[in-house]
Design a protein around this ligand. Structure first.
Ligand SMILES: [Fe+2]
Length: 200
């Protein structure tokens, strides 16, 4: 099945003042669209056309099909990213997930600090994540370029895009301020809790 750009699950103004309409217009309409367009071109003739997006990403990663992997994986990452944010996001973490974060990562404050640190120290383009490893434990990780915990066969629960295209219009070079605003004010914790419930 061909890759398709989904509409944003909210208005272009919904994440202001933390993420502007202009950022979402460029990021969703131009950057994400480019991954979809290029991914579809690279998918042609691979024999993977009928596979699910997750299978395409994991196979392309294993088989070192770099072009297809970069575009299909960035497509998956962004489909998740849009849903991981919402208007008036942030705030309290749903109970079961909060309990698990405290159990595996020490405290909510420790988790937030580790998440920000991962985003800030990802050298160059990439992502920082809250993920569930194959041992069932939560962890904070970072990945380069288009990689993700899902590509490695783990469960991605929350991801923050730290490519410059994600924050340069609103924050210029201040990536730490962007990742802090993301974790404190943009996260759709109900969606993250749904992913956690499915994985548990
Ligand atoms: Fe992006």
């Amino acid at each position: 099945m061909a890759l398709e750009l989904p509409a944003l699950p909210y208005d272009y103004e919904a994440l202001q003042p933390y993420m502007s309409k202009e950022t979402l217009e460029f990021h969703h309409d131009k950057h994400h669209q480019a991954y979809v367009t290029n991914g579809n071109k690279l998918l042609e003739g691979t024999g993977l056309e009928d596979k699910s997006l997750e299978e395409i990403v994991q196979t392309a990663y294993k088989e070192k099909m770099a072009g297809l992997f970069n575009n299909a994986s960035q497509h998956w990452n962004h489909v998740q990213f849009w849903q991981m944010m919402k208007k008036d996001g942030g705030g309290a973490i749903p109970g079961e997930l909060e309990k698990k974060i405290i159990e595996d990562l020490g405290s909510v404050a420790d988790f937030q600090a580790a998440f920000i640190e991962a985003g800030v120290t990802q050298f160059g383009s990439g992502w920082c994540w809250l993920a569930m490893g194959s041992d069932g434990k939560l962890k904070v990780t970072k990945t380069p370029n288009g990689e993700s915990p899902m590509a490695y066969g783990e469960t991605a629960l929350l991801g923050c895009d730290v490519w410059e295209h994600s924050y340069y219009i609103d924050y210029r070079n201040r990536r730490p301020d962007y990742v802090k605003a993301f974790i404190e004010n943009m996260v759709n914790w109900e969606y993250v809790a749904e992913l956690f419930a499915k994985a548990s």
